[in-house]
Design a protein around this ligand. Structure first.
Ligand SMILES: CC(C)(COP(=O)(O)OP(=O)(O)OC[C@H]1O[C@@H](n2cnc3c(N)ncnc32)[C@H](O)[C@@H]1OP(=O)(O)O)[C@@H](O)C(=O)NCCC(=O)NCCS
Length: 164
């Protein structure tokens, strides 16, 4: 049985190998990386699934902001290619959402396929006025605002240097 553990308890090279396998080694050019270049993952909300001493899945969360408004960037969410489609992505998302509920449901943003992430409460409807420091497809810029709080309608998502 895979074991869900805090991300920071797993050797970074194991997580890197998983991300290389899931996204390709050229992933660093993606816009999402510009939002987490210097930051550290948020410990209580970032996990790995480990089986036979290898990381087979990961979910990571990072501090970003629009102006002074704090938002949590979700991603990468990754499952090792051989094990995709077996519910591991759901397990990782629910682990993150359960942990987020315990800390008061922060507003979340991610860049991902709406066909997958809408089932977890993410929608592009909240993000039409948001911009990013690199290219993005508007339909894949998704947010989740479980408490329905007032969020900025417009503005640039940036790395939150207050959390560095
Ligand atoms: C996307 C990803 C995290 C999903 O995890 P997973 O363990 O493979 O998926 P699950 O087993 O939890 O869910 C399977 C279901 O989701 C659907 N699904 C998986 N990826 C999907 C996608 N990108 N778009 C739409 N639906 C998707 C499957 O068709 C399946 O649907 P069904 O339940 O109707 O049969 C994983 O496939 C992955 O790592 N992909 C490569 C990296 C990536 O694109 N990450 C997301 C961007 S941050």
């Amino acid at each position: 049985m895979p074991e869900l553990v805090p991300l920071d308890s797993v050797a970074p090279d194991k997580v890197k190998r998983l991300l290389d396998d899931a996204f390709g080694a050229d992933r660093f050019g993606r816009t999402a990386y510009l939002l987490r270049k210097r930051s550290k993952p948020i410990g209580p909300l970032s996990f790995a699934l480990v089986e036979n001493a290898e990381a087979i899945g990961t979910i990571q969360c990072w501090p970003v902001r629009i102006g002074n408004f704090s938002i949590m960037l979700v991603g990468p969410v990754a499952v090792t290619p051989d094990l995709q489609g077996k519910g591991i992505g759901h397990q990782l998302m629910h682990a993150m959402l359960d942990a987020a509920a315990k800390i008061g449901e922060p507003v979340m943003v991610m860049i991902g396929d709406p066909e997958y992430y809408e089932r977890f409460g993410f929608t592009s409807e909240l993000t039409g006025g948001w911009t990013l420091p690199g290219p993005w497809e508007p339909r894949r810029l998704l947010a989740r605002n479980a408490r329905g709080i007032a969020v900025p309608q417009t503005g640039m998502l940036e790395e939150d240097e207050r959390a560095l």
